[in-house]
Design a protein around this ligand. Sequence first.
Ligand SMILES: [Zn+2]
Length: 369
Amino acid sequence: MKQSMIVVALLALAAPAYAQLGGILNKAQKIQEAKGKLDDLNVTEEEERTIGEQVSAKIRQRFGVVQDPAIHKYVTLVGTLLAQQSERPNLAWTFIVLDTDGVNAFASPGGIVHITRGALGLITSEAELAGVLAHEVGHVAHKHAVNAIRKGKAVQLGANETLSSRGPFLDKIANKAYDIVLENKFDRNDEMDSDKVSLTLAEKAGYAPGKLADFLTRLDERNKDQPASNGLFASHPDTQARIEAIRKQAGSRNGAVVEARYKANVKYKPTPVTAIATVEDGASGLTGSTKAGDKKEDAKKEEEPKKKGFGLGGLKQAVAPEKQSAQVSASGGSRGVGPDRAAKGGSNPAPVKVSVSNAEVAEFKRGVA
Ligand SMILES: [Zn+2]
């Protein structure tokens, strides 16, 4: 009797402690679960699209959209023809022409591909356009942006965030994805992979594979006097190495070039790289999360060796150098942002909605000859 009373008393004393311990274990387990999810970065296809829409909205805000349904229709026909040959033909593929002289192309997760007016001006045939668009389709099809975030473990969940609150988690991924997409921060393997996809899809669609190499050659020539890495494929494997790899893979495989239809549909002229108007560092187009993201990336690069030991608390530690770097380089220029990346954009971010039917795509494909 006495003994059991002691036990009861002990239990009573211990109960709150147990409850507390249970709570801690619960929390630890939740964090562990969250980390597990995060490592896998299990975003559903729907979430991937949500992220992509956010990224696209920022890109459109930054560069504006050419308010011309005809050019959107043409680019969408070429892009859809290619996307249909991809491993993810059923995504809601969307093709957007950005209103800037800068030469660039951006692939948002979930199937939203952007190409600039400047890029269209530098491209000389439909097969080249196909090469560029198919490269971007490759980034989407193989989920390079989302995978890059996972590999970098750049998105951290706070201790109080659970997976039931997906919104902030997805927002973080979207911000990170925007930085990766905008600055073409895909790694060498992803670039080479997308080049391979480009060759495959272009050929399947009937185009001469490897025309992407012609475009890259022209771009490289155009950029030869640029001190900073610039725009499209900027931070990528050495452009010459890519060109050689593409040419080697393309070999003597043939296909249509389709120059006449391209020239009939695309009237843009290329702007010399030295004549591209740019936004001032700190001006509207480059501020906000983009800017913060830029610094974050730079800070990260500098902090690379340190970063390895970072756990969940890592983000906080990374904040200080970030802020410093933002102050130091606020004067701009020195950061090595080339004119394509810093190019001024149009003022209208509204998407231009066009739809293409399967019959239209099939009819369009007959012109690839
Ligand atoms: Zn790329």
